[in-house]
Design a protein around this ligand. Structure first.
Ligand code: AMP
Length: 493
């Protein structure tokens, strides 16, 4: 894989920065090789075997990720902030026999082990210093799974999206060229590393280009502004919510600081927004304070990035641009008829080497998500203008909510809330919100009184991913159709 092959080319350059410490590409290369060699000691690791990766945003995370790839296995990043139940679902669903764990998360890892699942610590570079790495590289095939990220859908629990080595490489290569990455770039990664945005779109591109990437566990507006204003970074990527918070933080500063920050932002090479719709007013307010027209792009766990505004050229606010090189995109109506007239709305379908292989062990769900002629059905409704630029109009299912860039399933939240003894009926929808894109709104029939705080605590204990402002509404009854289905369009705030 490209990311692995290129490590040697940049040996002496800084790859990662973490809390003031630096790790160069040569060190990352030898460390990850040593991890791969230990993974291969028993000689029984089949290529594409899922291996869990439980680590905070840190050197260990990347040494582990590259080690898994060098051993020919498939990395399954686990988000430490997720509740145990969610993590266990992934470990079980993937039939994970091994989880690589950073020392800081040993206690959490211990709770995920079972007779079927072992925990391996990600040893430090020093501890692995003398490991022989003769058993790598291993033979791998382009179609072997490299990365499996769990994503919410309209049915059931999150599914594992299997991206092959070839697809991952195609995703990275197309972005390196479209956004003109170089070894002189430096970035700060504030994105979650169990999501395609953080791990592929930003981290893998930076590491394949030989660029420098600082990693932090949490997004802090002050830190981002400092890195921007001191020109410590020249590339930044985030979800619209992050940009909204950066604008809010800028507004609380005195004019002198505002001027300094804005001047720094003006010198950035590239600022990208994605994973959720970038509202036009936010595009404009960001441009006003930073002189940067954000480059909005469209993608999905199932394919990395498919559409992008141009690196050089006009970036149209409210649009996600054109297909990247090698990616085919089309629109189809509900009956599957392909739409060719400009400005007709239809489901966006994608074909090309970037597209995932399958939902892990879910052949039916996989088959349903592709057309008979092999196009991936994104479930997003879009239109294309006369210039060939695409605009995302929304999802074709109301059961997918995008909040703070995270994709959450309304059905999953409904199921969790129904576990609460006082909740008798529930309907969950997304409601528009300036900062979050959408917030979760839960309409409930309850047979006893319950406070908003109690409901929030209950939901967060079960689904910590949804630490987002939730709007709670108690109702006498939910609007239903003759078949008893909740009429979500009637659930309005
Ligand atoms: P995920 O798999 O979590 O990355 O979520 C993918 C979904 O995010 C897509 O199917 C879209 O619904 C949404 N999405 C991603 N980028 C954009 C964008 N630029 N504008 C609107 N929606 C987006």
């Amino acid at each position: 894989m490209l990311t692995i092959k290129r490590l040697k080319e940049h040996s002496l350059r800084t790859a990662l920065l973490q809390q003031g410490r630096a790790l160069n590409y040569g060190e990352l290369d030898t460390w990850s090789s040593a991890i791969a060699a230990t993974l291969l000691t028993n000689g029984s690791l089949q290529s594409g075997t899922p291996i869990g990766l439980l680590a905070p945003a840190s050197f260990e995370y990347f040494a582990g990720l590259l080690g898994i790839w060098k051993a020919g296995a498939m990395a399954v990043p686990l988000q430490p902030a997720h509740p145990l139940e969610e993590l266990k679902h992934i470990v079980d669903d993937a039939s994970m026999s091994l989880i690589l764990t950073a020392p800081a998360l040993q206690a959490l890892g211990d709770q995920l082990t079972s007779p079927k699942t072992a925990l391996w610590p990600i040893k430090s570079r020093q501890e692995l210093d003398r490991t022989t790495t003769e058993n790598i590289p291993v033979e791998c095939h382009a179609g072997d799974g490299a990365l499996m990220i769990y994503t919410s859908g309209t049915t059931g629990k999150p599914k594992g999206v299997v991206t092959t080595r070839a697809a991952l490489e195609a995703q990275i290569e197309s972005l390196l060229s479209a956004w003109q990455w170089s070894e002189n770039d430096s970035t700060l990664n504030v994105l979650p590393l169990h999501h395609v945005h953080g791990v592929v779109v930003l981290a893998c591109c930076a590491l394949t280009a030989g660029a420098r990437m600082e990693v932090v566990e949490k997004f802090q507006p002050e830190l981002v502004w400092k890195r921007i204003s001191t020109q410590a970074i020249n590339v930044f990527m985030a979800v619209p919510t992050v940009y909204a918070k950066l604008v809010q933080h800028w507004q609380t500063q005195n004019p002198e600081v505002q001027k300094l920050w804005s001047e720094g932002a003006k010198r950035m090479r590239l600022m990208v927004s994605g994973s959720a719709a970038l509202p036009v007013p936010l595009f404009e307010s960001w441009k006003k304070i930073s002189s940067q027209p954000l480059l909005e792009r469209y993608g999905m766990t199932e394919m990395g990035i498919a559409l992008s505004n141009p690196y050089a050229g006009v970036r149209k606010a409210g649009y996600v641009g054109k297909p990247l090189a090698g990616v085919e995109v089309r629109l189809a109506d509900e009956g599957g008829v392909v739409l060719t007239n400009p400005n007709s709305a239809g489901e966006l379908q994608v074909r090309g080497p970037i597209v995932f292989r399958e939902y892990w062990r879910k052949p039916e769900a996989t088959a349903e998500s592709f057309t008979a002629d092999g196009w991936f059905k994104t479930g997003d409704i879009a239109e294309c203008d006369h210039d060939g630029d695409y605009k995302i109009l929304g999802r074709n299912s109301q059961d997918i909510i995008k909040t703070g860039g995270y994709k959450v399933s309304a059905l999953e939240i409904e199921n969790v809330l129904l576990e609460h003894p006082v909740v008798k009926e529930v309907g969950v929808v997304g409601v528009a919100d300036d900062t979050w894109g959408e917030r979760v709104a839960a309409f409930m029939v309850c047979d006893k009184s319950i406070t908003d705080d109690e409901l929030t605590a209950f939901l967060q204990a079960k689904l910590a991913r949804y630490k987002i402002p939730t709007v709670w509404r108690r109702v006498e009854a939910l609007p239903r159709n003759a078949m008893g289905k909740v009429l979500k369009k009637k659930l309005v705030i």
